[in-house]
Ligand binder design. Structure first.
Ligand code: FAD
Length: 502
């Protein structure tokens, strides 16, 4: 792990009373709120939804029997190289005891193929060599046909080089250029590419290569991940909400931020929930449409380049999360989580009663099981009945024991709020800093100086946003943690610490 201290600073707290408004209560906003509040800033955290957590959020629902249960935006994998996320979560659980390792994370293919990621060495290039050697979908003859130069780019990650060379290409074009046989491509890459919610023909190959470096070739902690043993509302959001309140953060849920305007003395006025709040610091940690709406209505955020880069952001296709309470038990030997490929739009199957206590209790009482199906980057032309039929048929293909099973209860979420990483979008993507003093951005779509993605990118961006706002005051920054920022064969570049953090 690389530990990066982004700026000098030893003071534990700000020396004068200061206020901050954080717009958005997802992981990015909460991370920024924690760092600012710990350093003595008086924080208002405004979240539009009635619960914290955004896309990793959770809320209480009820089954038809009246029994309460905790529902979420869907299964989440906590990878071991999510160092900044871990640093945030250690504030509420020092040992991260709510997480449990999964033994494996197999990928199931349409013809009964299985690809396992357990037991691989963690060091590059041995991880790549071992996976290539043991995968049943790649023979020696296939390997001789592979485009070695293109494949080498997976071990050559360096931000400037990788995005410079590959950002204009689509992930699909890059994967085609590798010349892997179709089965190997499907098993090794298609699930991986889909995990970022973007269809591969509309996603930057530079972004895909960064993710490949972050999750696999440059990741010293391996591909195996942990899961939450308890629903997120009890393991994460309840305790984080209490932690924020303990720091004096004014957490306002069900509160929409609409506009930011210049106030007196270099401070800002933030309109939230029909009220105007003065703030020395503002972090916009919103969804893409949320950010675009706020910036669009905030005429004092008048830097043309900044406005253009925010307008240039986009959302990717919708995704679906379908949780089913079924009247049959899980077949013995099944894994808690599998990725799937090649059968309809199904991307993964989670068996909640195998890892999460609430579902385990329900299954033990009823003799049933709790199954969650995900589909990412869904074709926007598919309607709900078509998606349901497609997902159910794919479940039956992979887990035939569920054919004819009765569905006792279900929750079907179709949402579209994940960011697009379109080819050619990297250079103009907004970063954490903005041309407007006192305003910073955070979120999993923000351009970052370190390789990271999804939850980890959200938290790292929140930490960086708080550090940036505190930088002029000599306050101790939150350390930023990263896997190596260069791949095994990545070029060495001379950078100052400051330029490395942009
Ligand atoms: C189904 C699914 C599965 C996933 N699985 C994984 C996984 O396995 N591993 C992983 O690392 N990541 C996973 N992710 C991604 C992860 O959830 C996100 O990367 C992360 O939660 C993003 O956090 P964020 O704070 O950047 O954005 P968000 O969580 O989107 O937070 C933005 C917040 O801003 C709020 N908001 C918007 N407009 C306004 C406004 N005007 N005023 C006030 N508030 C506003 C929104 O309500 C939202 O709460 C998954 C996501 C989904 C949807």
């Amino acid at each position: 792990m690389e530990l990066i201290l982004p700026q000098p600073g030893t003071r534990e707290k700000v020396s004068s009373p200061q206020t901050a408004v954080i717009a958005g209560g997802g992981l990015a906003g909460v991370a920024a709120a924690v760092v600012l509040a710990e350093r003595g800033v008086s924080v208002v955290l405004a979240e539009r939804e009635p619960f914290l957590g955004g896309r990793a959020g959770a809320w209480t629902d009820r089954l038809a029997t009246g029994e309460p249960f905790e529902m979420e935006r869907g299964f989440h994998a906590f990878f071991r190289q999510y160092y900044n996320l871990q640093a945030l979560l250690r504030r509420i659980d020092g040992e991260l005891g709510f997480l449990e390792p999964l033994e494996d994370y197999p990928i199931l293919g349409p013809g009964g193929q299985v690809e396992s990621f357990s037991g691989l060495p963690n060091k590059p290039p041995w991880n790549v060599i071992a996976l290539t050697r043991r995968t049943p979908t790649l023979g020696l003859r296939d390997l001789l046909r592979v485009n070695g130069l293109a494949a080498l780019s997976m071990l050559r990650y360096e931000r400037g080089w990788t995005y410079g060379r590959y950002d204009d290409m689509t992930a699909g074009e890059y994967l085609d250029s590798l010349r892997f046989p179709p089965d190997a491509r499907r098993m090794l890459f298609d699930v991986f590419a889909h995990s970022f919610f973007n269809p591969e023909n509309a996603m930057s190959a530079g972004e895909l290569l960064m993710m490949f470096h972050f999750y696999f070739s440059g990741n010293p902690d391996g591909l195996i991940f942990d899961v939450s043993k308890r629903p997120f509302s009890t393991s994460i959001w309840g305790p984080l909400g209490n932690y924020l309140s303990g720091l004096g953060v004014d957490v306002r849920t069900g509160c929409t931020v609409s506009r930011v305007a210049k106030g007196a003395d270099r401070s800002w006025k933030v309109e939230l929930g029909g009220e105007s709040v003065d703030a020395d610091h503002v972090v916009l940690a919103l969804t893409v449409p949320g950010l675009q709406a706020v910036v669009g209505d905030s005429l004092d955020l008048d830097d043309a380049g900044f406005r253009r880069s925010v307008e240039g952001l986009a959302l990717t296709n919708p995704f679906v999360v379908w949780r089913l309470w079924v009247d049959r038990p899980t077949k013995p030997g099944r894994q808690p989580f599998v990725g799937t490929t090649g059968v309809g739009c199904l991307d993964n199957i989670s068996l909640y009663d195998l890892f999460e206590d609430e579902s385990r209790d329900w299954a033990a009482r009823t003799g049933g099981s709790v199954v969650e199906l995900h589909a990412y980057a869904v074709d926007p032309g598919m309607d709900e009945p078509a998606i349901r039929a497609d997902l159910l048929s794919a479940l039956h293909t992979f887990y035939p024991e569920y054919v004819g099973a009765g569905v006792i209860e279900e929750r079907f979420l179709i949402r579209r709020d994940c960011p697009a990483f379109a080819p050619g979008s990297h250079a103009d993507r907004p970063g954490v800093t903005t041309p407007h003093e006192g305003i910073a951005l955070a979120g999993d779509f923000v351009r970052l100086p370190i390789p990271s993605a999804l939850m980890e990118r959200a938290v790292a961006s929140g930490f960086l946003a708080a550090n940036h706002l505190l930088a002029p005051q000599g306050v101790r920054p939150e350390p930023i943690r990263s896997i190596p920022r260069r791949g095994l064969f990545g070029r060495r570049v001379q950078e100052t610490e400051a330029s490395r953090m942009r």
